[in-house]
Design a binder for this molecule. Structure first.
Ligand code: KIV
Ligand code: ZN
Length: 389
């Protein structure tokens, strides 16, 4: 594996599925898992097997069909969770157990009512037990974002010694600023013995809208796995959006970070997850929202018609969107109207365009968006005949 490759760990089916009302059945999960494998993700977190018989079954069935990706099951640092996860992963070609425990002051005091030392002991026992079933064991230090760096480094070192192959540093509450999260990863790289033998993973939540920025900051400072979900779905304000981190790394080659994702499948995968989960994607969502490649103001439309790159940094076909959209509204100019009219068969002279544009504005002030049927009507009112009619 190249030093610059960032593994994509997709948790749509685990953290993503924790969205209220978005429960998927096993069949739906299998369809999504198959698509994620095709998309090129490195790891599919298929569920939390001990949580319910349905989740156990899903992880087990997904393990049977996934061809390329590692299949991962989540556990707490609890023996029974780990045993059940191992059972559910028995058919996986590449199984991974993802175990861990809260490490922040708040988790240690309020969730566990224990001490730092006991937390480390529980972590070690969990990693060692998981190791007795599978080679690939990822450890998460829950709420690492709010965990003191010195203590976090001690935790990481102990987990490496116990056999962890991946160290997940979650910003569970979405608290960190990108600089702070990047510095945390850098601190671990510089202060944990054996860190060069494991992969550091970013798992960022979006409570302050910083999940993507934090994950990229982590990768810039040496993390080589990003945990994310399609459309950024997940607990509360969601997780890091897979399509965002992947396209950031692709659009900024100077970062020297890359992934194995087939970006041409991103849009379709977003639609599939949205439809199966019954969760609409906000229209202004980066990369996959309905408006991500739509232009509606006259100035922008004029620029895009002359050259797409004036207002677009991504070629829409790179993410599986057929073409940029020129949306006709009262804010559109003559260039956009002429462009659309030509597409549906009207080649307008300058004089005709002046007339048609006046009529267009009257329509556009009454309607939110002018559709092709409206243009045909406008042409009729202004006595323009289609070239293809
Ligand atoms: O956000 C988080 O800390 C998690 C862990 C269970 C990995 O989802
Ligand atoms: Zn999470």
């Amino acid at each position: 594996m190249s030093d610059n490759k960032v593994q994509i760990f997709d948790t749509t089916l685990r953290d993503g599925e924790q969205v209220p009302g978005c429960k998927l059945n096993t069949n739906q999960k299998l369809i999504i898992a198959e698509r994620l494998d095709l998309l090129g993700v490195d790891v599919i977190e298929a569920g939390f097997p001990v949580s319910s018989p349905g989740d156990f079954l899903s992880v087990s069935e997904i393990s049977k069909i996934v061809k390329n990706a590692t299949v991962c099951g989540l556990t707490r640092a609890v023996e029974n969770d780990i045993k059940i996860a191992a059972e559910s992963l028995q058919y996986a070609k590449r199984p991974r157990i993802h175990t861990g425990i809260g490490t922040s002051e708040s988790h240690i005091k309020y969730k566990f009512n224990t001490t730092q030392e006991k937390v480390i002991e529980r972590g070690i026992a969990a990693v060692k037990y998981a190791k007795s079933f599978v080679e690939d064991v990822e450890f998460y230090a829950e709420d690492a974002g709010r965990t003191d760096n010195e203590f976090l480094a001690r935790v990481c070192e102990a987990m490496i010694k116990a056999g962890a192959t991946v160290l997940n540093i979650p910003d569970t509450t979405g608290y960190c600023l990108p600089e702070e999260y990047g510095a945390k990863i850098k601190y671990l790289k510089e202060n944990v013995k054996g860190i060069e033998n494991v992969i550091i993973s970013c798992h960022c939540h979006n409570d302050l809208g910083l999940a993507t920025a934090n994950s990229i900051a982590g990768a810039v400072h040496g993390a080589r796995q990003i945990e994310c979900t399609i459309n950024g779905i997940g607990e509360r304000a969601g997780n890091t959006a897979l399509e965002e981190v992947v396209m950031i790394m692709k659009q900024h080659p100077y970062l020297k970070l890359n992934t194995d994702i087939n970006t041409k499948l991103l849009y379709d995968t977003s639609l599939m997850v949205s439809e199966k989960m019954g969760m609409i994607v906000q229209p202004n969502k980066a990369i996959v929202g309905a408006n991500a490649f739509a232009h509606s103001s006259g100035i922008h439309q004029d620029g895009v018609i002359k050259n797409r790159e004036t207002y677009e940094i991504i070629d829409p076909t790179e993410v599986g969107v057929t073409e940029s959209a020129i949306v006709l509204t009262a804010r559109s100019g003559r260039a956009a109207l002429a462009y659309r009219a030509k597409k549906i068969g009207y080649e307008l002279t300058k004089l005709q365009l002046d007339d048609v544009y006046k009529e267009f504005l009257l329509y556009a002030d009454k309607k939110k968006e002018i559709m092709n049927e409206d243009i045909h009507e406008i042409m009729k009112n202004t006595n323009v005949v289609s070239a293809v009619a």
